[in-house]
Design a binder for this molecule. Structure first.
Ligand code: AMP
Length: 530
């Protein structure tokens, strides 16, 4: 009893009762801040509630972080990747037994992008959008329109006059497309400008390759053979009777993929395991695309590009024969070797043993970078680099394995624009999203995202955001956070890939060198894969 009394006396003398007062509630600085700072005074310490549009906030991506001091609280209402959907009035309500106070600030995080699609429509923040943005966009649209007209006029002129070069020299077609310098059959990339050659193949939203889904076409698929007066590549033909299907491996947009045995393919082996991609009931156009893709794949040969053996076109379905990569696609592989993965043992889920270690992650990234160094040496822009498009073989061998044909099981990774075209926006830099400009530098951006995927064991980039929110974040300069397990040196590489200006980005050769050196300096502490 006495001790209680002493306690109460002490309490009263040291701790004065104070009704709550909100001393500070700061508007977040647009685009840069992801928190609303506050200071609240009161004793006993007030309880805090946050309201957004009159409703209590209940989101895993918004939380209060604060420190308690003698008679005040100081902290932040912190947002994880806020977008324009989070713009609005935020009210802090502080309550203790002596009273309750509230204060409101306007949180303005990002602008709504002016070119959003029908999907998840924006809940009308247009009133907040500064005028100069829409003005800037109008200029961009105007310039783009002018550019299109200019290109069409050029194309007509080139067709009319360029092909009648009586000295037999290459006309403006070759000069514009840069083919003149090309040492390889793949031709040069002209940094996002659609060349007359690519125009031959049709507008932007045609179905590429064997895909059943229209995706953004890669003009390089259309720069072979007759269209550009280049010699046609000799594609190896495989006899149908030499292919024995064993089981289904998966399904891409292009069709089913099977494990098969193939006879008479290798001079040293009577038969070998292969992966075959099938295309059923092709239309004439699909057949042509098939041929073009086969030519392209025949010309791409490197230890970190999946090996293409040839085609089987006598009858239905059309077949492409590839080397078999035992562990399937890299995204699935990463998920299977992450901390959350489970395997079934006797029908019971068990924690999977083989978690990928740092040195292995670096090894995976280095190999993809090596494949990309090769692609860029061939002036080939991939446009869809992602872990789902890489394959894993024995001994953690990784290769770039898909050239724009798969969209099915990973359809969530693509964003439909204009009702037709599917874009892998989560892997795309601002200039590709805004202007459909693709280049070796935009592939480097995607490689940064691949590193992020590797270090998160295959998470989807910006998984907590909708497609429209992703477009907004990327175009307004936000980048993915550093994954928990990612060393600073690797995150610095990612940041080097995500420079806004394409010319400021690291080049893939340098990235490969750094990754290789980091891998050598990292001890192998887990050797899990045979
Ligand atoms: P794709 O049509 O390339 O997306 O392939 C669909 C799925 O088939 C992939 O996600 C892989 O799991 C599997 N696959 C494709 N190519 C191969 C290959 N060369 N070796 C082993 N599995 C493959």
């Amino acid at each position: 009893m006495l001790s209680n009394y002493i306690y109460i006396v002490n309490f009263k003398s040291n701790w004065q009762l104070i009704p709550p007062v909100i001393l500070k509630l700061e508007e977040p600085e647009r685009r840069h801040h992801t928190c609303i700072e506050f200071t609240v005074r009161g004793f006993p310490h007030p309880t805090l509630r946050w309201l957004y549009k009159g409703q209590e906030i209940q989101s895993p991506y918004i939380r209060t972080e604060m420190d308690n001091y003698q008679d005040y609280l100081e902290g932040c209402l912190t947002f994880e990747n806020p977008t324009h959907y989070d713009n609005g009035n935020y009210t802090l309500v502080a309550t203790n037994p002596l009273g309750s106070v509230s204060k409101t600030v306007f949180g303005h995080f990002l602008e709504a992008p002016p070119f959003l699609d029908e999907e998840d429509p924006t809940p009308g923040n247009d009133a907040n959008r500064p005028e100069e943005d829409s003005f800037g966009m109008s200029i961009a649209v105007g310039l783009a329109g002018f550019g299109c007209v200019f290109l069409i006029v050029m194309f007509v002129l080139i067709n009319k006059y360029g092909r009648r070069n009586k000295f037999g020299m290459k006309g403006p077609v070759a000069v514009i497309s840069g083919e003149e310098d090309s040492a390889s059959p793949l031709h040069h990339v002209n940094h996002g400008i659609v060349t007359p050659c690519a125009l031959d193949a049709g507008p932007d939203a045609v179905v590429i390759g064997m895909s059943r889904f229209p995706v953004l076409e890669n003009p390089q698929y259309f720069r072979h053979g007759h269209t550009c007066n280049k010699p046609t590549t000799h594609v190896q033909h495989v006899n149908r009777r030499d292919i024995v299907l064993k089981r289904e491996l998966g399904e891409g947009a292009f069709g089913k993929v099977f494990l098969a045995e193939c006879y008479n393919l290798s001079p040293t082996k009577d038969k070998m395991l292969v992966a075959v991609k099938t295309l059923k009931d092709p239309t004439m156009a699909a057949r042509k695309d098939f041929q073009r893709e086969a030519e392209l794949l025949t010309n791409l040969q490197h230890e970190h590009i999946v090996k293409f053996y040839g085609v089987c076109v006598d009858g239905d379905p059309l077949i492409m024969v590839f080397e078999y990569m035992k562990h399937g696609d890299l995204n699935k592989f990463l998920r299977a070797h992450g901390p959350d993965s489970t395997i079934l043992v006797d029908g019971h889920p068990m924690q999977s043993s083989g978690e990928l270690g740092l040195s292995q992650m670096l090894h995976v990234a280095t190999q993809i970078a090596a494949g990309m160094v090769y692609l860029s040496s061939q002036h080939f822009v991939h446009r869809d680099l992602a872990t789902r498009n890489c394959l894993v073989g024995n001994g953690l061998l990784v290769k770039i394995g898909d050239f724009g044909m798969s969209r099915d099981i990973y359809s969530m990774d693509y964003y439909r624009v204009g009702g037709h075209t599917m874009l892998p926006i989560r892997w795309m830099p601002p200039e590709s999203i805004m202007y459909r400009k693709f280049s070796t530098e935009s592939d480097v951006w995607s490689f940064g995202v691949i590193m992020w995927e590797i270090f998160t064991y295959g998470k989807q980039p910006w998984f907590q955001l909708s497609n429209n929110e992703v477009i907004e974040c990327i175009t307004q300069g936000r980048v993915l956070d550093r994954p928990r397990l990612c060393p600073k040196e690797v995150y610095d590489l990612m940041l080097g890939c995500w420079q806004r200006e394409p010319q400021q980005r690291l080049n893939i050769k340098d990235i490969q060198k750094v990754l290789y050196a980091l891998g050598k300096a990292t001890p192998v502490y887990l050797d899990i894969l045979g």
